[in-house]
Ligand binder design. Structure first.
Ligand code: ADP
Ligand code: MG
Length: 698
């Protein structure tokens, strides 16, 4: 019997080859199964009719009942559209169609009472609804209950696949016997224990719910299932890994570590740093491979922790490496570590794309001989030509810049895989970390070194620009330095570069008596380094830059960060940028420059920055606003599939339940070998086998 998975969508009544192609291309719906799992992203209560006078700014899809007053065709050719005025006696809205203008004009009449359904949006000083659904009003028609709204592309709508078309197709599908016979995927014990709706019922209810409680039960069931299999997969893998992978036993704490701690370290470690170092020491001595994620807000002092972990490896006769995402950052690590290393007789080298051949050969030679203890660098570290004598610890800084495959490469640099420490300053909320990094242990530095003053963040508009420059001037007079950052994104690269250049000229003009450095990612590395050095060595007071400075740059004397077009940056990026100041003892400032008119969502995002300097709070908010798919770090972090219905930001509780459930199953049946276990395992394979072997990754 053909299954839902392998029945081509073109065979569904009402589809056919042309629509099938469209559905595949636009929505990724190729089979019956794909359509069944194409869930509405929102629901509309079709029993409620609003009035025009009730319409406010941010309304979802609503129904209005009334009459068209007139129809007015506008424009020519491709710009042709049909405009109509619609009234229900409490006011008027404008209705606009861009497609099928002629047929619409022939179908709808003035004077007839209709129910229209669409999303009003404010336009100039009235509301307009684009492409509503229109039905003749029938007084005795049954009020419709909840109705699913699907996400559609413009192209589909242009080719007359509307909400209603999709609803009809789904209705047809739901009547088929195959759907009614969809086998249950979850074990009976879980169904009972968590009072879950059976799968076949839930699949119907998610599309056409009878009422709100039924919808909620269906959503819960489907989210639970999705998260359960995700957690089961992760937990099964962790068990496999700990059983499988022995690690280097680096239990000795010796002279390098102790000398450094007692004679070189110029400040007391924070309690958080001490705790994290203890956790790392414990891992490295356990005889199992360490896979640890170290989270710490910008400026929390991760570098020292990295170095001290590396010293443990060296004390045990092994080498360590520290990999950073950019040349500037690698160089900065090297420059801060090298002088300390020299004092304890440790040999350290820097390897980047611009390391000269002679030096590179020398590094290779010392590396294989084992006389080089710590290698710091960029991607250059993972090239095939780089061979360690015995790599004991690989540290990866600012992990979100590295792809999955690159990390895996590092991993294979040794016969026994080295311990892996991944450091990130992009804090990841707990529910997300639990799932995305389910196979990593997590350490958190949740404390800043003493004496730091929280950065004051301000929102300023174009009209405040002069005042902003005056403020910048007064800070420079006090001997401080200032960053001015511009957005630069690929899609608008040319325009952005122009804005950056213009900004640079303006600033150079206004601050003629000072030196202004200038950096962007399109510069040659040598030029970039030269400009950066001007700023780092205080020869330049102002650095005009793009986000190349986002990660890692450490200039404690800089006290002001001006972010131009702040509305174009994401929250975590803003937080990273802000982290470049507030590194010294002075009060620091972050000034978010924006256009006067920005969307309320954007304003909300910027207000989060003003309200808090806590990176975890920023990350939680980011997750809430954007969803995990867009969060920096999640794309490459190996989350194995896109979640269809569960939302890691909002469904933290269900994540926890699903994890508990998965844990219970594995406790009773660790290898998934019972009948039930084998069914679950088979389902896991069906879900995850398409994906890369993400579990191999640190
Ligand atoms: P990040 O976590 O952002 O990588 P860094 O490691 O660059 O932070 O540390 C930021 C600054 O704080 C550095 O100048 C570092 O020397 C300093 N620092 C780190 N730990 C402490 C501490 N315990 N006390 C005082 N200063 C510290
Ligand atoms: Mg750092």
């Amino acid at each position: 019997m053909p299954s839902l998975e392998n029945t081509d969508i073109k065979y569904l009544h009402g589809v056919g080859p042309k629509r099938a192609e469209l559905l595949g291309k636009e929505l990724g719906i190729f089979t019956f199964h794909d359509l069944l799992y194409y869930f509405p992203f929102r629901y509309v209560d079709r029993s409620k009719i609003h009035t025009v006078s009730e319409i406010t700014g941010d309304m979802p899809y609503i129904q209005l009942r009334g009459r068209f007053i007139n129809f007015t065709p506008q424009g020519e050719g491709a710009r042709r559209r049909l405009q109509a005025l619609f009234t229900d006696g409490t006011g008027t809205v404008e209705v606009v169609w861009f497609n099928r203008v002629r047929s619409i004009q022939e179908t709808y009449r003035t004077g007839v009472e209709y129910v229209i359904f669409g999303k009003p949006s404010p336009f100039q000083n009235h509301y307009s609804i684009i492409h509503p659904e229109v039905d003749v009003f029938k007084p005795d028609a049954e009020p419709q209950g909840l109705r699913g709204v699907y996400s559609l592309t413009e192209k589909l709508q242009n080719r007359s696949v509307s909400q209603r078309t999709l609803q009809r197709l789904v209705a047809t599908l739901l009547q088929s016997e195959a759907v009614q016979r969809v086998p249950e995927t979850l074990p009976r014990q879980l169904m009972t224990r968590w009072k879950l709706m059976p799968l076949n019922e839930a699949l119907v209810a998610i599309h056409v719910p009878a009422d709100v409680p039924t919808l909620q039960r269906a959503q819960f069931r489907l989210k639970f299932e999705e998260l359960f299999f995700l957690e089961l997969n992760i937990l099964k893998y962790i068990k496999g890994r700990t059983a499988q992978l022995p690690g280097l036993m680096l239990a000795h704490v010796g002279d390098y570590f102790n000398n450094f701690y007692h004679h070189v370290l110029s400040f007391p470690l924070t309690d958080a740093q001490k705790r994290v170092i203890r956790e790392i020491r414990h891992d490295m001595a356990s005889g199992r491979q360490m896979n640890r994620l170290l989270q710490g807000d910008v400026g929390s002092g991760k570098t020292i922790v990295a170095l001290m972990s590396a010293l443990i490896a060296v004390d045990n006769g092994y080498q360590a490496c520290i990999m950073a995402p950019t040349e500037i950052l690698a160089t900065q690590h090297y420059e801060s570590i090298a002088p300390m290393a020299a004092r304890i007789g440790l040999s350290v080298a820097l390897l980047t794309g611009s390391t000269r051949k002679r030096e590179r050969d020398d590094i290779h030679q010392r590396l294989t001989a084992g006389t080089l203890h710590i290698l710091i660098g960029t991607h250059a570290l993972i090239e095939d030509t780089v061979h360690f004598r015995n790599l004991g610890l690989a540290i990866i800084d600012e992990q979100h810049r590295f792809g999955v495959a690159q990390r895996a490469k590092l991993w294979r640099k040794n016969h026994t895989p080295p311990h892996v420490l991944v450091m990130t300053a992009t804090p990841i909320p707990r529910t997300l970390a639990m799932t995305v990094y389910g196979d990593l242990d997590v350490s958190v530095i949740d404390q800043l070194p003493p004496g730091r003053k929280p950065v004051t963040t301000l929102m300023r508009y174009e009209k405040d620009r002069e005042q902003m420059y005056r403020f910048v001037g007064s800070e420079i007079k006090k001997g401080r330095q200032v960053y001015i950052v511009y957005p630069l994104i690929e899609e608008s690269e040319k325009l952005d570069l122009r804005a950056l250049e213009d900004g640079y000229h303006t600033v150079s003009e206004i601050f003629r008596q000072y030196r202004v450095a200038y950096v962007h990612g399109r510069m040659k590395p040598a030029e970039k380094d030269y400009q950066m050095q001007l700023f780092v060595t205080r020869q330049a007071q102002i650095l005009v830059a793009t986000t190349v400075i986002e990660v890692g740059v450490n200039v404690p004397n800089a006290s002001v960060m001006v972010i131009e077009n702040a509305e174009r940056f994401g929250l975590s990026q803003l937080h990273q940028l802000r982290g470049r100041v507030g590194r010294g003892a002075d009060q620091s400032y972050c000034i978010l420059m924006t256009k006067y008119q920005i969307a309320s969502e954007t304003r909300h995002r910027l207000e989060v920055m003003v309200r808090t300097t806590d990176g975890f709070e920023v990350a939680e908010e980011d997750l809430r606003q954007r969803g995990p798919g867009d969060m920096e770090g999640t794309q490459q972090s190996g989350i194995p599939f896109t979640l269809r219905i569960a939302n890691l930001a909002q469904d933290g509780q269900i994540v926890q339940m699903a994890r508990d459930a998965a844990q219970e199953i594995l406790a009773a049946d660790p290898q998934l070998t019972t009948d039930e276990g084998r069914r679950l395992d088979a389902h896991l394979h069906r879900l995850f086998d398409k994906n890369v072997d993400w579990s191999q990754i640190s």
